[in-house]
Design a protein around this ligand. Structure first.
Ligand code: PBG
Length: 324
């Protein structure tokens, strides 16, 4: 009967009604901004493959952290680039390491925005690997755990609010949890890069973190195969059992199915990492006249939230929050 026709368009006919109908919104507080801190520069430096994103020296990074805070952004994720790499990535856990100094200075300045420390060694090792290698050249799982534990404790000591291990080795969360607990940091939470794929979308990050020209391998022996969804759920379950406080899926856009399934299974906070290649594609598409940058960006961010992410780590955070 015509009268009973379900008129779903009623709530789409003008912006006021569409506003009433809208299910998902992005606010700056949903977003977490990655910040690159370089020990070997003074001032800041552009990153060719990541337009609009800079590497900062320690002081500049703290300024950028304060800018994010003033914009109402939800948190910052800190990546360090040491002036020198060595075989054991010692810069990652040095008391005077670049991340430690940023954290200490931000604490001294009374910064309030959450400071999240990326915990990995690929920016600090001579070969750009995430940990020591075994006899056949794979990342040595159990030897890496010791490195991660020490680095995490040193970041917590320097003032990190949250530890974010990204190495994708088995037992990583448990090892870091035990080390933090054993050092008096039982209240420092861990956001685990639990389902992190061996992805081609990390390209520009290699530039940003000073790894291009250093790292020549791939991370397929520890990161997930893009073909696998169920395996990611096992990773999320394992990290939950090991004591992760927050789970992450990375990258975001090509893995929205994984995000949605994770959301259904877990009541832990769930984050997604909208990675460097995803950001760079938007910039490149806009430059090539293939789409309008803000519209592309906002549709991507909302799709990630709609799929189930509570927070999104994204290089778009500052521009979004500034309304650009
Ligand atoms: C390394 C790390 C990577 C990213 C974050 N941490 C690269 C990798 O695993 O190869 C990628 C982030 C991005 O592309 O934005 N532990």
């Amino acid at each position: 009967m015509r009268d009973s026709l379900q008129r779903l368009r009623r709530l789409r006919l003008n912006p006021r009604l569409r506003g009433l109908r809208r299910e998902t919104r992005i606010v700056p507080g949903d977003l977490i901004m990655p910040i690159f801190v370089h020990d070997g520069i003074s001032g800041s430096r552009e990153i060719a493959t990541l337009p609009g994103i800079l590497q900062f020296d320690v002081h500049g990074a703290v300024g950028e952290i304060q800018r994010c805070q003033n914009l109402g952004i939800g948190g910052v994720l800190l990546f360090g680039i040491p002036s020198l790499r060595d075989w054991e990535g010692s810069g990652a856990r040095a008391e005077e390491g670049v991340i430690q100094r940023v954290l200490q200075l931000a604490r001294e300045r009374g910064v309030q925005i959450p400071l999240i420390a990326d915990t990995c060694h690929c920016e600090y090792t001579s070969d750009g690997h995430c940990g020591p290698l075994d006899a056949v050249g794979n990342v040595d799982n159990d030897a890496t755990l010791g490195w991660l534990a020490r680095t995490a404790v040193s970041q917590a000591r320097a003032g990190a609010d949250v530890i974010a291990p990204s190495a994708m080795v088995d037992g990583m969360v448990a090892a870091i949890r035990a080390a933090l607990d054993g050092s008096g940091y039982e209240n420092v939470p861990i956001v685990s890069y639990a389902a992190k794929y061996a992805s081609a979308f990390y390209g520009p990050f290699r530039d940003a973190s000073g790894s291009s020209g250093v790292f020549h391998g791939d991370r397929k022996n520890h990161q997930l195969d893009p073909a696998n969804g169920r395996e990611a759920l096992l990773e999320l379950a394992a990290d939950t059992a090991e004591g992760a406080d927050i789970l992450m899926v990375k990258p975001a856009l090509a893995y929205l199915d994984v995000l949605a399934r994770a959301r259904e299974r877990s009541d832990l906070p769930l984050w997604a990492y909208n990675v460097s290649g995803e950001y760079a594609m938007v910039k490149a598409a806009a430059r090539a006249g293939c789409g309008e940058e803000r519209a592309l960006r906002d549709e991507i961010l909302i799709s990630i939230k709609r799929a189930g992410a509570d927070r999104i780590i994204t290089y778009h955070a500052v521009e979004f929050a500034e309304g650009r």
